[in-house]
Write a protein that binds this ligand. Sequence first.
Ligand code: ADP
Ligand code: ASP
Ligand code: MG
Length: 814
Amino acid sequence: MKVLKFGGTSVANPEHINKVKSILGNQNKEQIAVVVSAFGGVTDLLLNASRLASEQDVSYKNSLKEVEDRHISAIRELIPVKSQSAALSKVKSELNILETLLEGAFLIGELTPKLSDKIVSYGELLSSFIISEFLKSEGLDVAFKDSRELIITDNNFGKANVDFNITNANCKGFFASNKHRTTILPGFVASSKSGDLTTLGRGGSDYTAAIIAAAVDAEILEIWTDVSGMYTANPKLVKQAKCVSNISYEEAMELSHFGAKVLYPPTIQPILGKEIPIAIKNTFDPDSPGTLITKNNNGNGKTVRGISHVGNISLLSLEGPGMIGIPGISKRFFETLSVKNISIVLITQASSEHSICVGIADEDVDMAAEAVNETFEYEISRKKIKPVIVEKDLTIVALVGDNMKSHQGLSGKMFSTLGKNNVNIRAIAQGASERNISAVIKKEDVKKALNALHETFFEENIKQLNLFVMGVGNVGSKFLQQIRQQKKYLKEELKLNVRVIGISNSRKMAFDESGISLKDWENIIDQGEPANKEVFFSRVNALNYRNSIFVDNTASAEVSESYSSYLKNSISVVTCNKIASSSNYEYYKELKHLAKEYNAPYLFETNVGAGLPIIDTLKHLIASGDKVRKIQAVLSGSLNFVFNTFDDSTTFHDVVKQAQEQGYTEPDPTIDLSGVDVMRKILILARESGHQLDIDDIENEAFLPKESLEADSNDVFFESLKKYEADFQKLYKDAANADSKLKYVAQFEDGKAKVGLQQIPKGHDFFNLEGSDNIVLFFTDRYVDQPLIIKGAGAGADVTASGIFADIVRIGNF
Ligand code: ADP
Ligand code: ASP
Ligand code: MG
């Protein structure tokens, strides 16, 4: 014999019930028992109606109406007209009783556990009746059997305890004499020895099926649900979760106890001694293999088999000097909780016995705290013990696996993964069986924690990076294009899965939690919501993804002011915007400090020399103990382009215009031509070399006339260039006459920096610098006479984008 159980989603509506029918039609056993849940959502509706009625809120009738409509319409759709009226009248009369029960709760304004069970039982009682009538009408050899006649419990309403002696005998007796091939039974419901209706606890239909399977020594128990098996983590929260094909009873039990709802925790108990295999199958994908739960099936030495979590947990801690070495404190503590019938999910006790800390359900914690304070009233009054401390709204995340005990370092890996992702751990417990390591964390960190742990333990190779990109102009759009183009390479070769979750330009912003399509980002952003920097930050923060990176491709001071907020929330920052690193020294230092404290890199390689690895090289020199003596550099791709292109056959105005059009200048070209941009760059290099410097400390001999420097718009600026053309021509001629070229040079030596236009003679390292190239010479303790030289294209959207890209990859390897 075989027992099958179909959960709420599997029987939620006529379309799904038809899928159940075809699964049943494919069975080849001579006898099958089929346990069904209430139609999906009906149990919640009934519990909601009961609560509202007991609070004398008439809106309970809305929930009741929904329950009625769903069942009546299911009959109309499933059962042929000729046999419909009998089924309809039976269901209507049951619904009338249900209505009377709810009216009763409404009138007396009260809901006893006994009445609640009676009301909620209608979910399974109606669904099983309708499904059996439907299957009969389809010509299957089907009978209906009320589980209340088989499963006998105590009177612990809401979650009754089964009397297995009576129940097993009932089940054996019934199925031994049953003549029908398929028997449909309601899950969840039972009756007590005194004849009252009881239920087996939320999710208890799994348990009904297991009780029957064990009683009749079934060959297999199949749990048909809405996912294709037991996964390495809840697939609704962890997209990368994978189905576990084989798992042991103990592992499955541990996972379900720690929140893997796919199996109701007590389900395995009756099965365990009989060693009946349990298969978890998907009603909506019946051919997928699912999960097989059996004895000794713990995955060929694999350590962590699954990650689960239990929400709505509170921590209750008792501590104080009066606890040390005094026997009986723990006993009194646990007894107090036990008397109040409060179950403890997790215990940690410091070996000094200075404190005991337990995890219990949020709903029990106020009562528990009151009771414990009462028990220790005397010690508290004498300040030997502190009043209990309660922390609410927590969640336990647990790693589960039979073979975890024989492996060192798993807990270290678990906690460092959580730490790296800025998930604060409130308490830790490891079961004595070492089949489970649990950490208590804040509720809002659950999704991040599960995904990060999943990545560490199941996707060891692939790391997910979640990007939030602000600024999608010249550089930003090139950057998105490069990511799109390299996505496959990054995944296959560097094991990095890079997704862009949010993008924003100055007008609009858009988010997609599953990753914005980089083929279509322009349309997506156009259809987005109005851009707002604060809202953008709060979204990124609320999403709370691990490995989040904020990418700033703007030149906005306001955006650069937001970096500290990102870093404080462990969101890395990659930027080509120089303002933050070249603004006041305190802010630069603060950002560096936050990056360390919150484990979130702050990278700005493109601030100097676009994609050239200048800052990275400098960092390596310093990390290896070298000291920078002098830096000489041509750091402005724009100015280099301008002075390489400018001669007596053109005008200065036209050359600058061309540079702007080709994306070699900042949006405001005076930033480049005034030398401010170069000042910022040499300032950053000086700071990165370990010197405290501010922009005002840098000497700058401007070559632009005052009028151009002070222009308040680009148009005015360009007009002024025309006016001073003769001066520019003179600069050129003087240099040419001296057989030199004009270069805008930055220098840092002896703690001092200066920038300015210089005539560079033939033979100098700078003389042959082409186009928009940059060059940096580092003179250090190790590179004394021959400097370390970095040279190459130092401006342009493509190389800048590739520099940002390199910073992203650096974070990926972090
Ligand atoms: P049913 O109504 O069929 O009993 P449940 O909703 O009780 O279904 O259980 C199935 C759900 O369990 C899945 O939809 C999934 O969201 C959740 N779940 C939690 N953890 C896991 C896990 N590790 N593997 C599979 N499903 C899980
Ligand atoms: N219908 C009950 C519930 O939702 C039992 C079950 O579906 O397993 O809790
Ligand atoms: Mg369930």
